[in-house]
Design a protein around this ligand. Structure first.
Ligand SMILES: [Zn+2]
Length: 369
């Protein structure tokens, strides 16, 4: 294994793994894989733990609180878990609060430390000390746990520093992209911001919280770009020109708009987003590290430099090894991506910017002092 580069993972769902999947993410990955050998789906082999992230060079992670108000998806009476879909915002609020409590509990044990201000950011050019907690910035993936504009201020006081308005499907605030390219559910289609979303944007701006455009359907995304005056970015999005199967992938004009406004775009390591035509029965080998570098190259080409391109692997975001490009079987394998970038002509400095420097600059500028 090549030596690791300092690495900021711009998007993970660690609390979802800890609470909904009941994974012990503080322990070895092998233990999770062994425990789940018989009771998880065939596409969900775990790839992320805190020790694995550290082995891969992680100096910080941005990780979600994720709970949705989607009554049309709820099967009432199922055993509840602290994530997923709820019939109302009360459930989504409480689930997100539980996820924040999970991070606070990890912090109490010294596994992580929550980052709430710019001076709490780690260095982007040095590894963590072995006994140093992993810095974690908590954000919302989908804003349904924000019950009203006042609530946004409450969550901000609790340390949440950014949000996406939607996850897959319609949220209280916006239409998110459908969960499948051909998802025909009438609530999970392209559409605009809701009136509640239009009322929330000025509050986000007033709190100087960067708005993560990831997961917005096209109509809502262009409306947000037009009407939101604050900082925008995309924590985990690939390029639509390379794979038009998904609205989740950003068109070139959006990549340009985000970079021109000082934002950063993090690339997810999710094979169905990276390779056109990738489906459930596609062999894993159809997506490899060259496809990842193709998207990184394209993001640089379209945005005009390597200053707005980063990684938001999302490797624990509801999928597993089977949908992860070959070459990265776990977070500890991130140095293999750097090695492939180097073989493809990337300089060490440019790799450093994509692995950590660009996120570091972005959060330095956009967290409270
Ligand atoms: Zn996501």
């Amino acid at each position: 294994m090549p030596l690791p580069h300092p690495f900021i993972d711009g998007h993970l769902d660690l609390a979802l793994n800890g609470l909904a999947l009941r994974r012990q993410i503080t322990g070895p990955l092998e233990a999770i894989r062994a425990a789940e050998a018989d009771n998880l789906g065939p596409f969900d082999t775990a790839t992320v733990t805190l020790p694995d992230l550290r082995a891969g060079g992680a100096v910080m992670v941005v990780s979600s609180l994720l709970a949705r108000c989607r009554p049309w998806r709820v099967k009432s009476g199922q055993i509840g878990v602290a994530a997923g879909d709820f019939p109302d915002q009360d459930g989504a609020y409480a689930a997100a609060a539980a996820q924040l409590a999970y991070y606070e509990s990890l912090e109490r044990r010294g596994e992580i430390r929550l980052v709430r201000s710019a001076d709490e950011l780690p260095a982007a050019d040095a590894m963590l000390a072995p006994d140093e907690p992993l810095p974690l910035l908590a954000i919302f993936e989908g804003a349904d746990p924000v019950r009203d504009p006042d609530d946004l201020h409450r969550w901000h006081r609790m340390g949440i520093r950014s949000l996406m308005l939607a996850h897959f499907g319609r949220s209280v605030y916006a239409h998110g992209t459908p969960a499948e390219p051909d998802d025909a559910h009438p609530n999970d289609v392209d559409g605009p911001l809701t009136d509640a979303g239009r009322r929330l944007l000025p509050e986000i701006e007033a709190l100087r919280m960067p708005l993560d455009l990831t997961h917005l359907s096209d109509t809502a995304l262009y409306e947000a770009l037009d009407s939101f005056g604050g900082v925008v970015y995309a924590s985990h999005c690939a390029c639509r020109t390379l794979n038009p199967d998904w609205q989740r992938n950003l068109p070139d004009d959006v990549i340009q708009a985000i970079s021109q406004r000082g934002g950063v775009i993090g690339l997810p390591l999710h094979s169905p987003f990276l390779v056109k035509g990738y489906q459930r029965d596609t062999p894993r080998e159809a997506c490899n590290l060259d496809h990842v570098v193709d998207h990184l190259d394209r993001l640089c080409e379209v945005s005009g430099s390597d200053a707005h391109v980063a990684l938001g692997t999302d490797m624990d975001g509801g999928y597993g090894l089977e949908y992860t490009p070959t070459g990265v079987d776990r977070s500890a394998d991130m140095p293999r991506l750097a090695e492939r970038m180097s073989e493809r002509g990337w300089s060490e400095d440019a790799i450093g910017r994509v692995f950590a420097g660009n996120w570091h600059r972005f959060w330095s500028a956009n967290l409270p002092a």
